[in-house]
Design a protein around this ligand. Sequence first.
Ligand SMILES: [Zn+2]
Length: 297
Amino acid sequence: MLNAMTVDLEDWGQAVLHPGHKITSRVAANLDRVLTLLDRVGVRATFFVLGSVCEAFPRLLPTIRDAGHEIGSHGYGHELVYRMTPARFAADVRRSIQVIEAQIGQRPAAYRAPAFSITRDSLWAVPILAGLGFRYSSSVFPIAGRRYGIADAPRFPYRWPNCELIEFPPATVHLLGRNWPVCGGGYTRLLPAGIMTRALRRINRAGHPAVIYFHPYELAPGEVAAFRREGSRISWRRQLTQELWRSRVADRLARLCDEFAFGTLGEALASIAPALKEQSAGLDSQQDDDTLVWAAS
Ligand SMILES: [Zn+2]
């Protein structure tokens, strides 16, 4: 079973503190750590890149492409989708596509919303993404999160009704009547490693691929303190929770890559394409885990 390894390319300050925060050169140094790690474990990933980061540091995108990874869009300015109007969202995503096309001459097939901010309040974003030519997205977290998530969204790949866009949600486990995030971002830092491996085994044994995600800054211990020294206002509590156990993320990712097979989002979807096609023939809308076409009404 081929799982999908995904990376959201962004700088910590702009992603966590404020979208308008200065983009620092740390994003470039952190990307180098990620590329070195992926090269060492022999995994190709999908990088969801921010247009603003690629503009600030034009060498990044060609470097990622030359290392053989897939390039997807993470939008331009890392604004939450549900805080934007549809017109502003469309302009943001279009701008990100233009940056990618200008820098590497490719139009991205994959999209991920900043902070998984496609929720019930922003489902209008789905036809816009399809209209902009995206073929797949990994933007809806099927959990009841505080800031994101659609609790009853399917956990495995599905096609949105009335368009060709496929949603490939980040990995979750279903336990005690609800879905829980298991792999990615802060969860990779903070959860016991055994939970991640058991969850991925369980997902793969049930015949499904999993999507895991992380950010380059998570491989950089001590970075939040550097932001603070440079004048960013960060509470001690936030510094602690954001820094905690960053030092073990690289090791944990490497170990996951030892046990499980990973590729790009496009490759993982292609590996289940025959099954997806077969199921879609008879289904219109249904709300269980194997749902292929899901009407989020
Ligand atoms: Zn992000």
